[in-house]
Design a protein around this ligand. Structure first.
Ligand SMILES: [Zn+2]
Length: 215
């Protein structure tokens, strides 16, 4: 089973990816992690990527695709994989389609986590991180402004400021939303309402993915 997980910022994509990985025993392949690992291990691709990053440039799509291809060639992908954080743009989506067809690992389904912009702003700007243990809490679960785990101070990350969240949503709408349409046109797509609580979203995903071959 080969799945591409797509969702807006704040759609709970990371949480669902971790649950799907458990449920189906397939590796969760996040492009951010591949990049960090390749750079840390000093692979040829990692060194190339690092030279762009050191110049303050984005790592080009071709290079990201090469890294994803190398990752998909590892032995733990025999039963499938779950790709997360890629593609973010239409050219990346086209590149991914061409690459997966070339290496005979065609995508079975795209999973789209839909969520209203207002829900996203509320979720992300309600998020607080503990200065001490780094655990993440929502303001609704906060106890007198302290971390429920260790009691230390909770702070709002700059990335979660409402105006920054709105900017991230704008970038997402302009660059990544067209990827959803591309998937709808070229692949089986499972669309899930991710405004619901986490367990309901997971259940909807399980029902949607049950018809695929998990062997
Ligand atoms: Zn804490």
């Amino acid at each position: 089973m080969r799945i591409v997980l797509l969702g807006a910022p704040g759609s709970g994509k990371g949480t669902q990816a971790a649950l799907l990985k458990e449920m189906y025993g397939i590796p969760h392949i996040a492009t951010g992690d591949i990049l960090r690992t390749d750079v840390a291990e000093g692979t040829d691709l990692g060194k190339k990527a690092e030279s762009f990053m050191n110049d303050g440039q984005l790592v080009p799509d071709d290079l990201i695709l090469e890294m994803v291809e190398a990752r998909l060639g590892r032995p733990d992908t025999r039963r499938g994989w779950l790709l997360d954080g890629f593609p973010r743009t239409l050219p990346q989506a086209e590149g991914l389609r061409d690459m997966t067809e070339r290496i005979d690992q065609k995508v079975d389904a795209g999973v789209i986590l839909n969520v209203d912009a207002e829900v996203v702003v509320r979720r992300l700007s309600g998020r607080r991180v503990c200065e001490s243990c780094q655990s993440v809490t929502n303001v609704s679960e906060m106890q007198a402004g302290a971390c429920p785990l260790c009691g230390e101070k909770l702070v709002l990350r700059p990335d979660d400021e409402p105006q920054v969240v709105r900017k991230r949503i704008e970038v997402f709408e302009a660059q990544t939303r067209p990827v959803f349409a591309f998937f709808n046109e070229h692949y089986d797509v499972i669309e899930i309402d991710a405004s619901k609580p986490v367990d309901q979203v997971t259940e909807a995903l399980r029902v949607g993915l049950d018809r695929y071959d998990h062997s």
